[in-house]
Ligand binder design. Sequence first.
Ligand SMILES: [Zn+2]
Length: 105
Amino acid sequence: MTRRRAPMAKAKRLTQARVDILWEQAQEHVKSGKPNLARQKMLSARKIAQKTRTKMPRHISRRICKTCGTILVPGDTCRVRVRHNRSKHVVVTCLDCGAVKRYYI
Ligand SMILES: [Zn+2]
């Protein structure tokens, strides 16, 4: 007998719960000074989300570097600047790998 795959709605619900758990664990690792463990947690969270094609919640996706997976903490692992040369936007620079992300307002 072949193993049946969980229905997509159920899989997405499980993914959201799993991503939330991994996010909380990653934040605890950041607080206790283990950034590499936190990065691992978030890379696996992203992998799970991609597998079920679930969007990462915005409050999580904006706190992770898309290039290296570092948890972005303003003043610690990232630099946040407000610019307005063409239109107003916020520039977030990862201090680990130098990746730049712009959020237009
Ligand atoms: Zn980075």
